[in-house]
Design a binder for this molecule. Structure first.
Ligand SMILES: [Zn+2]
Length: 433
């Protein structure tokens, strides 16, 4: 690409230098005029083809000053980039001596961008964005390089939106002005109560008070949800964010119950219920009535399976028709079983403690399975219960000593929900199950 082509005169000698020097000037200009055009360093070099063996005169007074924007690719190193651009490796060594610079320079991630300027291969400046809010700049001073990390904090703006589900959660949130990330966050807040894959339907509605992140007048992304309402099949769910004294944030119902449950109802992301709990089901493979004491979630092979609750692994291995199966023991004599896995989470073994939401394996079709799905069972004291309807133990409520502060800090947000909620006007009374 142009800036790299500009490096080529020294490699191709004077034969091609006139032609290529022209490219170099053009590239320096276009880089200056259009600084956002990324220029990749390791592109194939079309220069040879563009440089017929014409004897050309030496270029006169071409400024060798160059600026380049380099997009990091997999396996790129600064050494390789400096070598390729024929920049001084002594400069690079000197950069790395600067306090704190080495760490922020050497960890390159694909897609990162580095901007640099040089004069005849001698580095003049280097700029690298370290994060959303920090940029490293190194400039050549009289007595060596000087490094600076410039902070540019995000501005947080509170906003709100509401809408009605038309066909999909994503489409409806987008239509109301929210991003896909906001839709994901919204589903995350209510995931313990609502099955967003199987239960959300047209006519459901939502209202969200949330934060947006801005920087220098430009929108960066949607941030935290502060309060939200979701009406699913006429049932109203509400949650409000509260920051605990230790700085962690959690969502609570307006009356102070954590929206979390001790168990996930749906231990697989984006699985479709393909067979419910049914004590008189005809088995699709055995073709005889055999109770289906769990729920099947159809999902592609390899879809992660989560521990429904925190607990301990008491089985990991092949278990008859279940195929590859994991069984977890939880408090309150609850056990959960996950069958037909294609494989287990790396390193998972019997006796391990797992946290709720931790990946324990992946969807497959081992054992007696007609297609890839998770077979999930929930047992209390050894008795199978329907995972879709069994009352789940609640996570903790707001501690008594925080109750007054909780009510004081969330009142305004909940009042805001009332004003933006499309359901609030028609609702007579609110019942949160
Ligand atoms: Zn099943």
């Amino acid at each position: 690409m142009p800036a790299v082509a500009g490096m080529q005169p020294q490699r191709f000698g004077i034969f091609a230098s006139c032609l290529v020097a022209g490219v170099a000037i053009a590239s320096a200009l276009s880089t200056a005029l259009n600084p956002v055009t990324p220029i990749a360093p390791v592109e194939a070099l079309p220069v040879a083809a563009a440089a017929p063996a014409v004897v050309a005169p030496e270029p006169v007074s071409v400024s060798p000053f160059e600026s380049a924007e380099i997009v990091i690719r997999r396996n790129d190193t600064l050494d390789a980039i400096f070598r390729q651009m024929q920049l001084s490796l002594n400069d690079l060594a000197e950069l790395r001596q600067l306090p704190d610079v080495r760490k922020s320079l050497d960890r390159l991630r694909p897609g990162d961008m580095i901007m640099l300027t040089h004069l005849d291969g001698e580095l003049k400046s280097l700029t690298r964005r370290l994060s959303d809010t920090a940029t490293l700049t190194v400039t050549r001073a009289e007595d060596g390089f000087a490094a600076d990390i410039i902070e540019n904090p995000l501005e947080i703006e509170d906003t709100s939106m509401s809408g009605t589900i038309d066909s999909s959660l994503f489409g409806s949130v987008n239509a109301a002005g929210g991003s896909d990330n906001l839709a994901i966050s919204l589903a995350d807040v209510f995931k313990y109560d609502i099955d967003f894959v199987n239960e959300v339907q047209p006519g459901d509605s939502f209202a969200v008070a949330y934060q947006q992140q801005w920087q220098d007048g430009a929108f960066v992304r949607d941030g935290e949800i502060l309060a939200a309402e979701f009406v699913n099949k006429g049932r109203v769910f509400r949650a409000v964010r509260y920051v605990m004294p230790d700085g962690s944030a959690e969502y609570f119902t307006p009356d102070g119950h954590s929206v979390r449950k001790a168990f996930l109802r749906f231990p697989v992301a984006f699985g479709r219920v393909s067979s419910g709990f049914n004590l008189a089901r005809r088995h699709p493979i055995l073709n005889r009535v055999r109770a289906h004491k769990g729920i099947d979630f159809a999902a592609p092979v390899g879809t992660p399976i989560y521990a429904a609750g925190s607990g301990r692994v008491i089985h990991r291995g092949v278990k008859g028709g279940y195929g590859n199966a994991v069984i977890l023991a939880h408090s309150g004599s609850v056990t959960t079983l996950y069958g037909h896995m294609s494989r287990y989470a790396k390193g998972l073994s019997v006796g391990d403690k797992v946290r709720q939401g931790e990946v324990i394996g992946y969807v497959g079709s081992t054992g007696l399975a007609s297609g890839p799905h998770l077979h999930y069972e929930y047992r209390v004291g050894g008795v199978h219960r329907n995972p879709a309807t069994v009352p789940l133990p609640k996570a903790e409520s707001i501690p008594a000593e925080l109750r007054a502060d909780f009510e004081a800090t969330t009142a305004a947000l909940l009042a805001q929900l009332d004003t933006i909620s499309t359901s609030a006007q028609t609702r007579v009374a609110q019942v949160v199950p």
